[in-house]
Design a binder for this molecule. Structure first.
Ligand code: URA
Length: 190
């Protein structure tokens, strides 16, 4: 994985200069790989995925599953922070990843998954769902909380933690989905 990340970092620096590269991290032989969208400000500061506000939901996810952060592998589709400059404050704020960023990083995500070879891939939100399936029309509202066989692994899509923060009913759906994942894992004795 180190070699893959070095290649990614070098090529990303050519295409997206002056942006900090934030690799995935965790168990190198994981049962579950969790895939988010892209790092935010706190992730950029610490150089790690899912350490900021939306990442706090990760603790809830792990708690329901009875797992620790280091038990799973955590990564993002886009491995640098997509930013725009707020004209009022002059400061950088987050924006959704653009086409160039998604197209550059998606083939690398597939290579990451080959190396990690997990049993379950849990995508968070639409960006990760589309990148993993290659289906640009896939929407999280249609497939969340379901097992989807992808041959080498089982895909289990979830809503993105950022989308549930201010939406109570989505949050309940998200929790139900994670509980379902727990049942599936315990049926498999994991
Ligand atoms: N932090 C990440 O690393 N990824 C996300 O998708 C959201 C927050």
């Amino acid at each position: 994985m180190k070699i893959l990340y070095e290649e990614m970092k070098t090529k990303a620096a050519e295409l997206f200069p002056d942006r900090k590269f934030i690799p995935g991290e965790g168990n190198p032989n994981p049962g579950i790989v969790l895939i988010g969208e892209a790092p935010g400000g706190e992730e950029e500061k610490q150089g790690k995925p899912f350490v900021g506000k939306a990442g706090r939901n990760l603790s809830e996810f792990l708690e329901i599953l009875g797992l620790k952060r280091q038990d799973i592998y955590i990564t993002n589709v886009v491995k640098l922070r997509p930013t725009k400059i707020n004209p009022k404050t002059g400061r950088a704020s987050n924006r959704p990843p653009n086409k160039a960023e998604v197209e550059f990083f998606t083939p690398y995500l597939h290579r990451e998954l080959e190396i990690l070879s997990p049993e379950y891939v849990v995508t968070l939100g639409n960006f990760a769902l589309k990148a993993v399936t290659g289906d640009k029309k896939a929407v999280i509202g249609d497939v969340h909380g379901r097992e989807i066989s992808r041959g080498a692994y089982t895909l289990f899509p979830l809503y993105h933690p950022a989308s549930i923060i201010y939406n109570r009913s989505l949050k309940e759906t998200y929790i139900r989905d994670v509980e379902k994942l727990k049942e599936l894992l315990s049926e498999k004795g994991r």
